[in-house]
Each structure stands twice: as C-alpha cells, then as structure tokens.
Design a protein around this ligand. Structure first.
Ligand SMILES: Cc1cc2nc3c(=O)[nH]c(=O)nc-3n(C[C@H](O)[C@H](O)[C@H](O)COP(=O)(O)OP(=O)(O)OC[C@H]3O[C@@H](n4cnc5c(N)ncnc54)[C@H](O)[C@@H]3O)c2cc1C
Length: 601
C-alpha cells in the first residue's frame, strides 16, 4: 500500500484541494481557483494577497480579488503543516504558502471537498525577517575592535539621534498597550520608530484608571507579542500590575518611547510624502517628519460626558469614570453612577464595598455575562489553562479566531450565548426581577459581537450583578433630566440625592482624534473608525466585512489606526507592522479593495 493510500481521508482531501488550488493559481486561472470554493464561501486575507485586511465572499468576490492580485502575488508552495481534522462534516487544515515577497500561513475549512473558509496571512517578508530564534542578534562581536561600542552606548546614541538628526520612518501617537505592541513589532522589523505618549510612563493609561480595576479578560488572552506573562501571573491582572508590565516591556524591547510628550498637530506634506508632526516634549516643541503616522490613541481614550442642565450648579463631586479616583473618599456618601456597562458596574461595586449609598442609572439595556461562564463556554477552547495543556499556542488561537469571517461569526456566536443563557438562567432571572434591563445583542450574538460592532453595551460580571440583583446597588431606570445643587433629577421626576455623580458614559471614536490632531477634513475623508457595518445600534450599514479603518490602509495616505483589546493589539500589530515595513523597504504594495467611507463618525 502506498503512503498516500494509507493516509486518512481528511489529509487526502486537503492535499488534493491544495494541489488543484495551487495549480489554478500558478496558471493564473482566477475563475478556476474560485470554482474550488463553495457558493457560500469566504476568503479572509490579512495582507498576503491584498496588502489590506479584506474578506471577499463567494466565487465572484474571490475571482475579482484574484484577478487583481494574482500576477503580482505569485503564490506557490501550498501545503498542510499538520494532520487535518474532520468534525461535523467540516475538514480543517493549517497551511503554509509563499508569495513573491514573503511567506504566508493560513487555515482552510472544506465541506464536501469545497472550500467554505480560507484564511491567508502574510507571516514574514523575505529578506526582512524578524531577528527571532535562529536569527536572534549575537549581541556582541567577538574579537578585538578599538572602535567597539557597547550595547548601552548604541542605545544612547540611537535615543539621541532619532527624532533629532535622524527622522523616524514611523511615529506612533499614543503609548498605551497598542502603541507599545506595535512599537515592539516594528523594532523587530528594524523600522525606525518613535512612540509619543502624553503621560510620563508606559502603563500610565492603565494606572490612571479607577482604583479597583482589574482586566476583565483572562491572562491567556492578554499576552503581548514576544514576551509571555510568566506562569505565576494572575488570571485577571490588576491595572497597576499591567501598567508595570508594560513599562518593563517597553524597556526590554528597546522601544524609543517619548513619555511626557503630546502630539499637538499634524499635516501631510503631499509633495514630500511625509507628515509634519509637532510634538511638545517636556515643554520643548519638536517637529518630526515621519513617512507614516499611526494613531494608537485608544478606543477608550476620549471620554464622552453628556451635558445635563444644572451640572454647573451641582455642589458635590462629579467626574467621568476615567477620572474616578476610587471609592475611599465616599464612605457614607450618596453616589449616583450614570451608566450601566463595565465601568459603571466596577465603580458601583467598589463604592458599595466602601460603605457608600449607591444608585446606578440605567438608560438603555446592557448585555451581562458572568466572567466564569464566559471563560468556560466562550474562551476555554482557545484561551485557558486547559487549552495550553492540550497544546494550543497563543499564535494558533489567534489565527483560529481570525479564520472565522465576521459575516458568519455572529451566527456561530448565537448558540454559545444560548448555552450561557441556559446555564445561568437563575442569575438572569434574579437580575431581571430587580428591574435590570438586559439584552443579548440585537441578534442574540452576545458580547464579542457587541465589542466588534460598537465597543460598548456590556458588562463582564465579576460580582456587581449580584449586588444589583440583591438591591445593594440600587437601580434607577431612565434618563437624567437635570441636576440641582445636590440632586440628580430624572426625566420622570424621580429625585436622587447625591454627594458624588460619576458619568460612566463611555468614550468617543478615534475619528475625533484625527479631527483634533490633523483636521476635520482628514477626519471626514477617513471616516468612522471601528465597527463592521452590521446595521445594528451604533454600527450602521452597509456591511464592511472588516473593522473600519483598523490596522489597514485608510483614505489618507500614510495614516493608520491601531488599538483594540490586548488580543487584537497583539495579533493585528504584526500585520500592520508588515505593511509599514514593506513601505519602508520600497516594496510595491498596491492595495486591493481599499475601504469606502460611508460614515464620518
Ligand atoms: C475600564 C476599562 C477596562 C478595560 N478592560 C479591558 C480588559 O480587561 N482587557 C482588554 O483587553 N481591554 C480592556 N479594555 C479596553 C482596552 O484594552 C483598553 O482601553 C486599553 O487601554 C487600550 O489600549 P490602547 O493602547 O489602544 O489605548 P490607551 O491605553 O487608551 O492608550 C492611548 C494613549 O494615547 C495617549 N494619547 C492620546 N492622545 C495623545 C496625543 N495627542 N499625544 C500623545 N499621547 C496621546 C494617551 O495618553 C494614552 O496613554 C478596558 C478599557 C477600559 C476603559
């Protein structure tokens, strides 16, 4: 019996598909390659074919993408990297391939021999690989050299020159976890980069948040690129601890990090093909001229506070949740927290723990999911101790997640949340009996889709919901009408006496940061940042297929956005860094399917 005949059918099915697919691509037959996909099918490409982050749908979409890219990409060498698996009629395979400029990875799902989903990602650029593993730097040149410079001298010289006598190729505005992760990727790719950050120290954007905050996502989901959290790291990282980790990381990853530096204005010089960026660094105004400008100013970087009549008359403390100092000063005081999402719940619980009389004002419904249940049902397959024990790596988990096109993700999430609803039926019944308005997302797809669509409207319950259900945190439905000197008055006339009012009312889009830093004209040209075009609340259609403007080319030459949660920041920083590196090296990067702008904010 031949080796091929002895192989399991899944492997044969995948090998045969890849062979036919590779052959069609090599003869430039876009339609022939598309024929290997099912009628309902999706090809998600992260930079490998499109120099974009793009999902194309159906055979027509695939044909069009290939017709525009194939001649340049010259893909070849398709093969499976491990034994494919079959479950519920779907065969899954991890794959690799090469292009004219780099090496790619991917994931394939076949149903009845036809592709249902294909993910392709550019993993590295040929000749510009990261200095990792066997390519790690030696750190020293052995021998005798009278001109020898130490590592420290080199670092100090670089810090003195970059931004002064040598211009950075990239400036990242915002040195939170997003800016730092991207900075680390660019460092490994040897792209001269400066990160400018308003706060003095890396990690301050976490440190400055309310005192009781711990990450809502578990450690396995949160690793930064290259340096994993150690095995003794807590499941839910306290905010000051993650701040310290980011500070340590910035240092050991040798990032050029300008703390206490604010980017004040920027304009694109079309003639020179570069940005003129003014920053204020510890009182000194400096002009930088990077070719590429990345805004990593945070999805939660620009607090949104509503305007209520009488706010100027109110005699107590009032502040946005991002400025909440913590509960200590409010023992025995009356606190009104406006809002019912994550921050509102965390702040209410901490105030209650410190003996305040707490009322949460709920204007619209919130999706709540218990942290334990979320970890167990939604995350454990990819991001958990069990997943690690079963051999799951962070990279593979991220790529598995990325392999699900957004168009079908919502549908796949619905049963997950049905299971959650069933398991925690008593919990939800108690919550709703207390008058809490709860939802599961407009199509029942739950937390992650709400995050991708609007980045708001949910609470991952770590204890506050029982306080709401039990009445320890009082619930006030409806809209605030106005404030008096010491009362929050609701639209229905209900009066809530208050010593402190916290506005846990969320954040506004990164599009506003463009208007502030560059101009309203550029902000409008680039359009809304974030969301999928799902035609649900705060995410108007039409369907975009990918997150608006994130990690990919925008309608403004040389302007990019980076950010998201730790998982997204880790994963997508690689693809953004590769796009920037390719440009730095003068590699041709024609963008397929540059997104159109349908909404300005
Ligand atoms: C209460 C809360 C809890 C969260 N919990 C989690 C969680 O558990 N897990 C998770 O993954 N995510 C969580 N997030 C979401 C997200 O991961 C964080 O908001 C995270 O801080 C985002 O990182 P970032 O780097 O994109 O933005 P930020 O951390 O907001 O950093 C942006 C930085 O840009 C700087 N900046 C802005 N404008 C300028 C300028 N003009 N010049 C110089 N600097 C500028 C700011 O000072 C800031 O430091 C949470 C968010 C909030 C608000």
């Amino acid at each position: 019996m031949s080796a091929t005949a002895a192989r399991p059918p899944a492997a044969t099915e995948v090998d045969q598909w890849l062979e036919r697919f590779g052959a069609a691509l090599e003869r430039g037959d876009a339609a022939g390659a598309a024929e290997l996909f099912a009628e309902d099918s999706y090809w998600r490409d992260l930079v490998a074919f499109t120099w974009n982050i793009k999902t194309v749908e159906g055979r027509a979409g695939i044909t069009d993408m290939l017709e525009h890219t194939l001649a340049r990409v010259q893909p070849h060498g398709w093969h499976a990297t491990e034994e494919p698996t079959t479950a519920d009629g779907v065969t899954e395979a991890w794959i690799e391939f090469e292009t004219a400029v780099g090496r790619g990875k991917g994931h394939l799902r076949l149903i009845d021999g036809q592709a249902w989903t294909l993910l392709t990602v550019l993993d590295e650029l040929q000749g510009h690989e990261q200095g990792l593993g066997p390519r790690r730097p030696k750190g020293v040149v052995h021998g005798a050299d009278p001109e020898r410079q130490t590592w420290l001298e080199d670092r100090e010289r670089e810090a003195e020159e970059l931004g002064r006598t040598i211009q950075p190729y990239v400036v990242i505005v915002g040195g939170g976890q997003g800016g730092i992760a991207l900075g680390a990727r660019l460092r490994q790719l040897r792209v001269p980069t400066i990160i400018v950050e308003r706060n003095p120290r890396p990690g301050d954007s976490w440190r400055n948040r309310y005192k009781s905050l711990c990450l809502h996502d578990p450690v396995w989901y949160d690793h930064l690129p290259y340096v994993k959290f150690p095995p003794n790291w807590p499941v839910f990282s306290p905010k000051d601890k993650i701040g310290d980790w980011l500070e340590m990381y910035t240092r050991v990853m040798e990032l050029n990090y300008w703390g206490s530096t604010t980017a004040t204005r920027a304009r694109y010089d079309d003639g020179a093909g570069e940005w003129v960026l003014t920053v204020e660094r510890e009182g000194e105004e400096i002009e930088l001229r990077p070719k590429q400008l990345v805004l990593a100013t945070g999805m939660s970087g620009r607090p949104y506070t509503p305007e209520f009549p009488g706010m100027d008359r109110f005699k107590g403390d009032q502040h946005h949740s991002s400025k909440h100092p913590g509960p200590d000063a409010y023992r025995g005081k009356r606190a009104v927290v406006v809002g019912s999402n994550n921050s509102a719940h965390d702040i209410c619980a901490a105030l209650w723990e410190h003996g305040a009389d707490v009322t949460m004002v709920q204007r619209s419904s919130t999706h709540v999911v218990r942290s334990d249940t979320l970890m167990d049902i939604a995350l454990s397959g990819l991001y958990s101790e069990q997943a690690v024990a079963a051999g799951m790596t962070t990279e593979k988990a991220d790529l598995t997640f990325a392999s699900l096109p957004y168009r079908i993700m919502a549908g796949l999430q619905v049963p997950v949340y049905e299971q959650i609803r069933e398991r925690d039926a008593d919990f939800y019944a108690r919550l709703e009996a207390a008058g809490f308005q709860h939802d599961w997302g407009e199509d029942g797809s739950g937390l992650f889709m709400k995050y991708l669509r609007r980045a708001s409207g949910y609470y991952i319950d770590v204890g506050a919901s029982e306080l709401v259900a039990g009445g320890q945190i009082k619930l006030q439905p409806g809209q605030v009408d106005h404030l008096t000197e010491d009362v929050v008055v609701m639209a229905d006339g209900t009066e809530l006496p208050a010593d402190v009012v916290v506005y846990a009312t969320g954040y506004s889009s990164m599009n506003g940061a463009v208007a502030e830093l560059i101009s309203q004209e550029v902000a409008d040209r680039v359009g809304k940042v974030w969301g999928l075009g799902s035609d649900t609340t705060k995410d108007p259609g039409p369907w975009e297929g990918e997150q608006r403007n994130m990690w990919k080319p925008t309608q403004q030459e040389g302007l990019w956005f980076h950010g998201g949660n730790l998982h997204q920041s880790r994963h997508y920083s690689l693809y953004l860094a590769l796009q920037l590196k390719a440009r730095a090296e003068g590699i041709d990067t024609p963008v397929y399917g540059l997104q159109e702008v349908h909404h300005t904010r």
